[in-house]
Design a protein around this ligand. Structure first.
Ligand SMILES: [Zn+2]
Length: 71
């Protein structure tokens, strides 16, 4: 019978460096450390500023047919 503690201790792989780190109680998850977290964040921000422009959806669709005035 597996103890609940064993199940709670989940190990994840850092998406930045690939090092194994604990998920539970890890403030930098899914990263192994603050360093990896900042590196990933920096890369993300850099990519964000590099893109020419985000593709914004055009909300030209009207809500519906105009309501007849009167009352
Ligand atoms: Zn890492």
């Amino acid at each position: 019978m597996a103890s609940p503690e064993a199940r709670a201790r989940r190990q994840v792989r850092c998406p930045r460096c690939g090092a194994g780190c604990e998920w539970t109680g890890n403030p930098h998850r899914p990263f192994c450390s603050l360093e990896c977290r900042l590196i990933d964040l920096g890369a993300w921000l850099d990519e964000r500023y590099c893109v020419p422009g985000p593709e914004l959806p055009t909300d030209s669709e009207s809500l519906g047919p105009g309501t007849p005035s009167g009352g």
